[in-house]
Write a protein that binds this ligand. Structure first.
Ligand code: DGY
Length: 320
């Protein structure tokens, strides 16, 4: 029987399916595995179910005695896995695209609305018992409806966010993408495709939806934050290292931008204390895909990949 190991707890129903079909081992403590534990798991299993909290680098992949033949990632992003090293070692890698599009786009909208309407500040005030009651000048935010939203990365989640913003909030959409966006999409969203600098200069809000890789590392730096401008709001549900976090801190405290809404960070789960002191930051704990429905669907997508691999078929979401 195929030996499947999971580095973290997966939704109960998904673990039950895996337990019925395979020889399953689960890290019941749900504490992120250290490198030596990952190396041990690589040597004790045929399939390793991994997540964004596991650094699957070349050292883990090439660990002596590694028996794993499939790394089944629970998630769409795979910047924590060295794909080149996996390919060279003959290890397949899969992810779970598609099923988390809507919930992640919903969360991008949540962050945008919260940051614009100062919802975090308001909630903190109420809970601290400091709300003095309604008054015409209290906690004034900025209107979202009808404003301009720049979307960086025109993949599934970027486009789903654009649709919500355009059709639901009447926002003007600007897109930045490495490849050209299909004309019918530009028409549907009444959108323009621009360079990143142009998009930042013309947007009221910018939402990041690009992958993390060498090209996008610190793509949003001090210079680009200045382009977004003192009334601009930056949203990130993609990966933390797309933003230079130190530059973002300076921009939030120095007024180069008006605010930010983050779901992801450069060194998760660590967030610099100074960043958390910024009242104009909305900070969520990497919740993009975090609904019962979506996490269940992600798990079942991983199951489909493992089933195909076990049957000698090409997994549907094969990355390498
Ligand atoms: C994803 O699917 O990439 C989420 O960010 C969790 O890894």
């Amino acid at each position: 029987m195929l030996r499947v190991a999971l580095t973290r707890r997966w939704p109960e129903a998904v673990e039950a399916v895996l337990g019925d079909e395979f020889a399953l081992r689960v890290n019941k403590s749900d504490v992120p595995a250290e490198k030596n534990q990952l190396i041990k798991l690589m040597a004790d299993s045929d399939v390793l179910g991994v997540t964004v909290t596991d650094q699957i680098d070349a050292e883990v992949i090439n660990a002596p005695g590694a028996s794993v033949r499939l790394l089944a990632n629970f998630g769409v992003g795979f910047n924590h896995i060295d794909l080149e090293a996996a390919r060279a070692a003959g290890i397949s890698v899969t992810n779970t695209p598609g099923v988390l599009t809507d919930c992640t786009a919903d969360l991008a909208m949540t962050l945008m609305l919260m940051a614009a309407r100062r919802a975090g500040e308001g909630e903190r005030e109420v809970r601290a018992g400091q709300w003095a009651g309604w008054r015409p000048t209290h906690l004034l935010g900025t209107r979202v409806t009808g404003k301009t939203l720049g979307i960086v990365g025109a993949g599934r989640i970027g486009l789903a966010t654009a649709r919500r913003a355009h059709h639901g909030f009447g926002m003007e959409i600007l897109l930045h993408s490495r490849s050209s966006v299909a004309p019918e999409l530009l028409t549907e969203l009444a959108a323009e495709q621009l360079t990143l600098d142009e998009l930042l200069s013309r947007s009221d809000f910018v939402s990041l939806h690009c992958p993390s890789n060498a090209d996008t590392f610190h793509m949003i730096d001090a210079r680009r934050l200045k382009l977004l401008g003192s009334s601009g709001i930056l949203i990130n549900t993609a990966r933390g290292d797309v933003i230079d976090e130190a530059a973002l801190l300076d921009a939030l405290t120095g007024g180069a931008i008006a605010g930010a809404g983050l779901d992801v960070y450069e060194r998760e789960p660590e967030i610099p204390a100074a960043l958390l002191e910024c009242e104009n930051l909305v900070a969520l704990p990497h919740l993009g895909s975090g609904t019962v429905e979506t996490r269940g669907a992600m798990g079942m997508r991983a199951v489909e990949n493992i089933r195909a691999f076990a049957a000698g078929r090409e997994p549907p979401d094969l990355l390498t």
